[in-house]
Each structure stands twice: as C-alpha cells, then as structure tokens.
Design a protein. Structure first.
Lengths: 331, 331
C-alpha cells in the first residue's frame, strides 16, 4: 500500500537541524527514557571488513512514546580519504512506531550522527562537569573535536579552550577556527599533561588504540568525557583512570564493556566491577549518582547508542515538516 | 561530499525486477558464494516489540566481487491488518562495496524480499527435488504460498499443484488464481496428509508455531522446503522429519539452529547433530551432498539470509540503471 515518505538530504538537514540546545535537550530526554527500562535497544550490529579496511555498524532503538524509531547505518571505509572521500558516511531511516512503515529517509552522510554524538557529550558535561568551567580541553582535531567543543561550550560557557592533536598543525588550524566561531580564546596545546592540568573538562575524541590520558594527570574537580572508543580495539583513557574516578558513568554499560573505555578497564583488571559505573540516563533521571562535590573526578564513557539516533531522527522529522524541507515520495 | 543516489519505489521495482529465472539464478549464485567462506554475514539483528505485537529484523551481507552490499530493514507489525495495512514492510539500502556510500534506496515495502525468498525456494527445488515433479504441494495461502509455487514451477514444471490453508476459502481462491496464472491445474486440498501423498515437492509457507507436517507422511522421492520459520518460536515440520530425511539442507546452519526448523529438531532431541545438515551453498557448489537418488527424502530449511538481499539489490540496481527507472537524488 503506497504511503508518503519524506526524503531529506544532508544539505537540508544541516540547515534544519543545527547542533543547538534543542538538540542537546532532545538527547538528554532520550537518555532519561533509556533509564526507565522501557526502551528496546538491541546490541549494535557490526560487520567488520578487514580485507577492505572497513566496518559497518547498525544501530536502532524503540522508545515508547515517540512517533517513530530510527534505524541507522554507519559505514566506515577507512581507505576513502585516498579517494578524496570522507571515511564515515551512512543514512538514517525513521519508521513509524505504530505501523512500521517508512516515514523518512535521511540521506545525511552521517551528519545526524555527528550532531547526536556531540549532543551526548554536552549532556554528560551538563550532569557531570563542575558548575564552573573556565577551560575546556579537547584531544583530537576531527569533526567530533570541533562539535564536542561547540556543544560543551553551550552548557558550560568557558573562558578558553585548549586543543591537542597528533598533528600540531591541525590543532593550530582548529584552534583558530574555533576562536573565530566561539568568540573565546582557543589555543593549541602540544603537551597533553599541560592540557589536562589547565582544564576542568577534558574531552577525548580520537580513534586511539592506546591510552592518550594518564592517570597521574587527574586532578580534583576534573571531568573527562571519552567518546572516541566505539570498537573493541580502541582505548583513550589509561584503565586506572576509570578505577580512580569518584564517579564513573557510561552511556550504556552493556555496550561500553564491549566497545568503550570500560572494556579496557575490565580487561586489564584495573576495574573489578562494572557495576561501579552508573548509566548516563540514570544520572539524568536522578536514579544514579552523578557528581557529589566540586572536587570529585568524574569520567563519562560514550560509545553512541541507538536511542540517540531515534531521538535525533524524530526531532529532525518534526523540523523538516515544520519548515517544509525535504521531498515527499510516494512509495 | 554530495553523490548520486538512486531512489526506487515498489511500483517501479515490481515492473523492473520480476520473479523470473534471472532472479532465481542470481540467488543461486549468491548461495554458491556463501559456500566459498569469503562472504561476511553477521547474525540477524532482531528487535522484538511484544508490547505492540511487532518485530523488526535487519539483515546484511558483504559479498566480495559484487559492486554493493545491501542492508535490509524488515518490520513486521502484526496489528497492521486491523488498520488495513500489510503486516510486513520495509526497505533495502544498497551501499557501495568500494566506498560505503549509499548507491540506492529501494522503497520496496518488502517486495524484493518476497522475490529473493521465493527464488531461494526455487534454488532449493532445483538442487534437491527429484528430476521429475508432477505435483507441487503448498501449505499456506499468503504471498509466499503464491510466489513459491510460481518460482518452483519455473524449475520443476509440474502438471498440477495442491494448496492447503487453514482457511479453506482462501485456499480455493488462491488455487483458482494460480490455475489462471500458471496454466496448470491447481486445486485446494483440505487434507494435509493427502496433499503430501500426492506431491513430489511440498513447500510450507506458514507462520505456524506447531508442526503442520507429520513424519508419518514422508514417502520416497519427496522433497520438502520449509520456509515459514524465521523466528525462534516458529515450527512447521515435526522434528522427526529432519531426523528421517536422507538429505538435510539449511540456507545457513548457524541461523537455522536459532530460527529455523533445525532449532526444533535439535531442541527436542529428534536430531542430535546439526552437522548432519549441509548448507544450500555447498550443495550448489558441489562441496555438500544433495539428493543422491530419486528415492531420497530431502528437506531444506530456509530462514532467509542477508546474502540473498545483497544479491537481489545488486540485480535490481543493474536493472534500474539499464531501464532508466527510479529517481536520482544528489545527497
């Protein structure tokens, strides 16, 4: 039976769904719903294609109360840069929660994922960072380095920011860009220990397979969000960091123990009990412990969840409809 | 980076991708590739939504040598008929095997799945049924009852066919329709034992949760394809049938032992060793045993595989391009 489907391109989505407080609030609400236990979110479907240096991840989540649920395909083809193409692409499909019919196809090349991922970092900072943040430190120089800084600055307006990258030139370039964009002083910082010492919030956004943050650098009042690891071979934080944190939070414990920083901490034995971690949704809903004092060291391990995709896709369809964006296809 | 994406509706796909010998050959080749061991096919992602009487399955497979790979979303919303909508819907996305970019979106509402599923039945009959088939028996009266009969008749031209349904009126109606369509005598048959006794090929296409075929009805030279079970609570064949078959074939053993007839046979203990089963791809490739004599009893357990989706989506895109069907979107 033919029905109408909204088809929306990346260009239109960039116009209609900015990384703003509405997107951050939307992701916050989604995590809170995850804490109610009513969300159905199967494990990530992951297809490793080592012969062609690629991987494909599929995520979904059904959130009772929302009109739709998203199915997201995220291909990572890591030889693409040699072809002049980005490594990460993909699309989201939004299906009706009432009939399962396709409501929308977002040909976003990963844009909505970028937004919902950065928004989760802001949600973590909102609930875990100290109330006053003068300096935000970012490790990495890619898309998420930029977007995490933008999103975090919306919930913790800082006076300045520091950026570290393996490529110092890229760090300088991003610092200049962000200074212009945010209107605060953003500088490149060549020394990771220095960056951590000067920051109250540190966000790691790299695909590193070896720790880039040392446990010795922890200091009172520090909040760290590690969002780079989303595969079983990635690791940004020294495992002892998770053990030494006063407050340890995961977006989804069952996922972080497979794909996140929690995995390394458990595997190395640095952390003995995964139940020391709370879930971000519980912290938001008040059923899990967040920061108890300004001196606490807090760590948030983000691997990216289907509930974020369902939330951002639902938000996007509302905005698309209100602004008459996209194309309607009868299929 | 913007690129071109083919968008194709169900109506266009029905016109361009018929259930014909080309589709059957395409699925046969895909199964043969599966036997080479080079195909990457993760387990089905399945999201059960019992509160709303729904389920969502996602399948994919990467087949080296093909230009693309499909990602298929199959929602089953079983309250839909009360809304005047079909229970099964969905879409397929074809991604480039070189870059991961989206090459095509098939808004097919499950049509390509119908074709590739029926084609697999024909492939099973081609390799397992006796050389001469005078009567094909079908259990069920739904879309697959019809398509399996059409597809099987293409590889085993029969003189007549029999259809059994729980609803005798629907069986009569489908029999009349198929008589007109196939130009052979197709009759409804109220007695399942009679149907099996008169048939050389029997195809079960129901969502039954209890056996509808009894082991006592088996006779020399019989081939059975059971394609109804694709969930862990479904079962069409009495478990002893699998044990008594001379030749037992699965589309994918690792999937059938979770979702197919193989599951019931192993769970009840009727079958002790899953390795008694061969995979359809191996039978096609000659590395697994199919029918050895005209008297053999053969059974094929089909649960539906991602490699079929990748194959039919690749075939579809070729046909769409050659006929200038579909719409090109830049996204």
């Amino acid at each position: 039976m033919a029905h109408d489907i909204k088809l929306v391109t990346e260009t239109e989505l960039r116009r209609v769904v900015p990384l703003d407080l509405e997107a951050i609030d939307c992701i916050e609400t989604a995590f809170a719903k995850l804490a109610t236990g009513k969300v159905v979110m199967p494990p990530v479907m992951s297809m490793a294609l080592p012969d062609i240096n690629a991987e494909v991840d599929v995520k979904t989540a059904f959130v009772p109360g929302l009109d739709g649920f998203a199915l997201k395909v995220s291909p990572g083809f890591f030889n693409n840069p040699s072809l002049g193409l980005p490594s990460l692409n993909g699309l989201m499909v939004l299906l009706s929660a009432r009939t399962g019919l396709v409501d929308a196809v977002f040909l976003d090349n990963g844009y909505l994922t970028d937004v919902r991922t950065a928004a989760a970092g802001a949600v973590a900072a909102r609930h875990l960072a100290p109330a006053t943040v003068s300096t935000i430190g970012v490790l990495g120089t890619g898309v998420q380095a930029k977007l995490q800084l933008i999103a975090t600055a919306k919930v913790r307006p800082a006076r300045n920011a520091l950026i570290w990258g393996r490529d110092a030139g890229k760090a300088e370039q991003l610092a200049d860009e962000m200074t212009a964009l945010l209107g605060i002083e953003v500088k490149a910082c060549a020394d990771r220990a220095d960056l951590v010492a000067q920051s109250q919030v540190v966000i790691t956004t790299t695909p590193s397979k070896e720790p880039i943050l040392d446990a010795d650098w922890l200091h009172e009042g520090l909040h760290i969000t590690a969002m780079g690891s989303d595969q079983e071979d990635k690791n940004e934080l020294h495992p002892s960091i998770l053990a030494r944190a006063d407050v340890l939070v995961c977006d989804r414990i069952s996922q972080c123990e497979l794909l996140g920083e929690l995995r390394s901490a458990l595997e190395t034995g640095a952390l003995e009990d995964k139940n020391r971690a709370a879930e971000l949704g519980n912290v938001i809903a008040g059923t899990g412990n967040g920061r108890q004092s300004e001196d606490d060291i807090t760590v948030c391990d983000l691997t990216g969840t289907g509930v974020q995709d369902t939330a951002i896709a639902t938000l996007a369809l509302g905005k698309v409809r209100r602004t008459n964006a996209g194309t309607t296809v009868t299929a």
